[in-house]
Design a protein around this ligand. Structure first.
Ligand SMILES: C[S@@+](CC[C@H](N)C(=O)[O-])C[C@H]1O[C@@H](n2cnc3c(N)ncnc32)[C@H](O)[C@@H]1O
Length: 277
């Protein structure tokens, strides 16, 4: 697990940013496709906290699963909380509410939630251990923590075109430079154990882009977000990639999209743990 944020990277601590080019990826997510490891453990009446909820696309299914129990989603970014609140209102998820909060300083009483869920958020918190400790604090004894984060070294684009694998590595360096943890999906078991969780259930899964429309989506997402001027400026400033690298990788990504064998995945590690009674 990497340590604190690189002081050079303070301008953009959260690597993914909040632009539409990244939000398109979050809109594909749901509780069914991104929290299937947790769903069988949820039941009506539970009180559930979703940490780093983003625009709330996963949150809605979680809220439905515990209704009429209270669902609370928190995010450090106000625009995300506003989007999630609007989505809950439009969808009639009346047990769901959202507020701004930092994962390392949750504004909730100790021992007050049955479940604390987090998807693709712990990996962005520089002091991930502090965030997990906060999640444990607000859980009731016997309550469940659920996390899902990326395993970057297991993500791939196949077939290989040139040195495109180095673009994945550059993304990992960018995440680390911002204090993130590109391998959190496989480190999380150790983090939960070190925090004191018991009865762990750990697994891994792939989000696949193999059908033509999904390959096209991945290509558009990577060109629009990773190869955006903003992300690329950050990569260059941090010395993660040169302008020549970026131009070459953009071209290789186009070649990959045109390849009939194109197949890409995002690899995820999931973990459930129980707060001891
Ligand atoms: C990749 S998005 C994931 C959103 C949502 N959970 C999903 O998977 O679709 C990560 C979210 O974590 C939030 N985040 C990052 N650091 C945070 C922190 N310290 N406390 C709370 N939220 C944080 C970001 O603002 C962002 O909305």
């Amino acid at each position: 697990m990497s340590g604190q944020a690189d002081p050079e990277a303070q301008e953009q601590k959260y690597t993914m940013g909040y632009d539409e080019e990244f939000q398109v990826l979050l809109r594909r997510r749901s509780a069914a496709n991104s929290a299937s490891h947790l769903m069988p453990r949820l039941s009506s009446g539970m009180r559930l906290l979703d940490v780093g909820c983003g625009p709330g696309t996963i949150s809605m299914g979680l809220a439905d699963a515990v209704a009429p129990g209270e669902f609370v989603g928190v995010d450090i970014e106000e625009s995300q909380v506003e989007m999630a609140t609007a989505a809950a209102s439009a969808g009639g998820h009346r047990n769901a509410k959202f507020q701004v909060a930092d994962a390392v300083e949750l504004p909730f009483e100790s021992n007050s939630f049955d479940v604390v869920h987090s998807h693709a958020a712990i990996m962005h918190v520089p002091d991930a251990g502090a965030a997990v400790a906060e999640m444990m604090r607000v859980l009731k004894p016997g309550g469940i923590i659920s996390s899902r984060d990326v395993i970057l070294s297991s993500c791939f684009t196949e077939p290989k075109h040139g040195d495109f694998d180095n673009a994945w590595k550059a993304f990992g360096k960018l995440l680390s430079a911002n204090g993130g943890h590109p391998e959190m999906g496989k480190e999380i078991k150790g983090v939960l154990l070190a925090t004191g969780f018991c009865d762990l259930s750990v697994s891994a899964s792939f989000e696949c882009f193999a059908a033509k429309e999904d390959v096209d989506f991945f290509h558009g997402f990577a060109q629009g977000w990773f190869f955006s001027d903003q992300t690329m400026a950050a990569a260059q400033k941090l010395g993660v990639a040169s302008a020549e690298d970026l131009d070459r990788w953009r071209g290789l990504l186009d070649q990959w999209q045109a390849d009939p064998a194109a197949f890409s995945t995002i690899a995820w590690g999931e973990a459930l743990g129980v707060k001891p009674r």
